[in-house]
Design a protein around this ligand. Structure first.
Ligand SMILES: [Zn+2]
Ligand SMILES: [Zn+2]
Length: 195
């Protein structure tokens, strides 16, 4: 099952030009089975998420991309009450909630800020990012090998042209956010750049 684990939609991510349903339709056309909404620093309201899921042609998952002092973090399974700009606070909350943290686009800027101690906050990194360069993705994929879980992949789409450029292929077929978290925890997936 192919899921794009990094997408931004308007208006919840002000920098995105993609309406949620448009994103879902484009992702379906381009062969994806699901997308995970990762807006910047904010969660979707549960009722709005439910309405989108009912209308979308593919599976919709929900996580977040947090802007922190260690760079951008993709957080899966983290309650909105724990969103913070302090990576240390986010990491403590993730342990408590059983959430998983991946350092986003690590070769763009993030890893430079991570120390021997704070690298422990992350189970892995984003190894394939559709908005990064080929060299940045090669570097990120190399970095992912140093972590306990494989790297993830996502388009980081903000516009129609970027939809479907990268994704994560799962061995299983997650159908809920809880399933997705378990699938990530299992390590049975791989990051892919698509074209
Ligand atoms: Zn980012
Ligand atoms: Zn992003």
């Amino acid at each position: 099952m192919l899921i794009d684990l990094h997408c931004h939609t308007w208006p919840r991510s002000a920098c995105s030009a993609l309406e949620p349903l448009e994103l879902a339709r484009l992702a379906a056309e381009r062969g994806l089975d699901g997308i995970c909404l990762t807006e910047h620093d904010r969660a979707w309201a549960p009722d709005e998420l439910e309405a989108l899921r009912a209308a979308a042609p593919i599976a919709i998952f929900h996580a977040v991309e947090l802007t922190t002092d260690l760079g951008h973090i993709l957080a899966f399974g983290l309650p909105a009450a724990a969103f913070s700009a302090s990576a240390r606070e986010v990491a403590a909350a993730a342990v408590e909630a059983g959430a998983l943290l991946f350092l986003a686009h690590p070769a763009r800027d993030g890893l430079l800020r991570v120390t021997r101690e704070t690298v422990e906050f992350f189970v892995s990194v984003e190894a394939a990012n559709g908005s990064d360069s080929r060299l940045q993705n090669i570097a990120a994929a190399g970095l992912a090998k140093g972590f306990r879980l494989p790297g993830i992949g996502g388009s980081d789409a903000h516009t129609a042209a970027e939809v479907g450029r990268a994704a994560t292929r799962f061995a299983g077929r997650p159908t809920s956010d809880a399933d997705l978290l378990e699938a990530l925890r299992s390590g049975a997936y791989e990051a892919l750049l698509l074209d």
